[in-house]
Design a protein around this ligand. Sequence first.
Ligand SMILES: Cc1cc2nc3c(=O)[nH]c(=O)nc-3n(C[C@H](O)[C@H](O)[C@H](O)COP(=O)(O)OP(=O)(O)OC[C@H]3O[C@@H](n4cnc5c(N)ncnc54)[C@H](O)[C@@H]3O)c2cc1C
Length: 370
Amino acid sequence: MSAQSDAPRSVGTVIVGAGPAGLACALELLRSGVKDVLVVEKHRFPRYKCCAGYITSKTFETYKNFGLDPEKCGYSFIEDFRLFRGAKERQKIVNKFLYTSRAIDRVDLDNAFFRLAKDSGVNIEEETEAVSVDREENVLTVRTADGSESRIKYGNLVFADGTYGPGSLLQKKRSAKRVNIAMQLIFKSDLPDGIEIRFGVSRRGYVWVSSYGGVTNVGLTDRFRRGVNYKELFENFMRLRGLTGEGGSADDLEQIRKMKAAFTPIGIRKAVVGDNIFFVGDALGACDPLTLSGLRYGLKSGSAVARSIISGSPSVIKKYAFSLRIRFAFMSLIQRVFYLRPVQFMVFNVGCRVFGGVIRSAFNRFLVSK
Ligand SMILES: Cc1cc2nc3c(=O)[nH]c(=O)nc-3n(C[C@H](O)[C@H](O)[C@H](O)COP(=O)(O)OP(=O)(O)OC[C@H]3O[C@@H](n4cnc5c(N)ncnc54)[C@H](O)[C@@H]3O)c2cc1C
């Protein structure tokens, strides 16, 4: 049963969600001397977020600018990639930009960022879930783990609550047509270290198989289509790739069923609703639709909203959102074109054979900027 206390407390800026985008916003505000900030987070840290957790060199630098060294969270430069189309290896890519942690997830990175924010003085209330917003009254209602509800009167409200958090209810572009689905399973294995990127498993997406020091992360992404049984697609891939059953892989189908899935947004949503409600990270749609790279854009949009709040002008986040809109519209177009059968044939059967150097260089140059 939920009890609600009547008098709301007042807070200058309330941020919903202590993921990278929300914490980046809080840290930037704090560093500019804005202290009346509260972050509400529905989980307790360290918390699991379904994410492969790869970071590019640019994301690496962005974290460093916030004072977090990913190397201290176990991140290191990863092995080279091998690109597959169907069962066949088509290209080896010498990696020039991507890092991952040995655990191949984001738990340690997020937890370290959370600790950094706390130690810097950011006020974070864990196990506190935002449940509703009264835009007339500027009041956010939150619920704590014991079921009790309370109200917070906000000056500014920042939604950093992911693709389908309560903030998305204030957005029009949240339909299921505008998301990628991404699912992953992490398990102990005896596979040799390395990364495979496999095309041709899902229609407009790819599969990754990354192994490091006895841990394997298998992920599948696709532009989401209703009616597709993604679990079956994933299971079939695991069987065909020999990742189930004997031999130090996902022991059995039971294990596959522990797989996690999440949606990533496609397309930039509104950055500001009314005068004082802002959106950052996945809540803004700040995730690359082709590569699923979202961490850098989450951090950067968090900073941009903080600068908008500090300057009292929404133009900073609006400008940043506009630049992302252009960039992601282009990536979305590439997503549509790249997965057409003739294009796949040209890239993998002709390009990889004849212009291997161009493909390698394009892959690194194109993705390094994410
Ligand atoms: C399978 C998968 C693989 C991915 N791989 C990569 C990758 O390798 N590299 C990369 O850069 N990006 C990757 N992404 C994208 C990346 O995960 C997101 O872009 C990124 O997490 C966005 O950060 P965020 O802070 O906006 O949201 P999140 O990290 O989702 O954080 C949102 C926070 O809000 C909290 N919250 C939600 N609702 C409420 C509520 N009602 N009240 C209070 N708190 C709430 C959540 O608990 C969470 O802590 C991947 C995504 C998926 C699904």
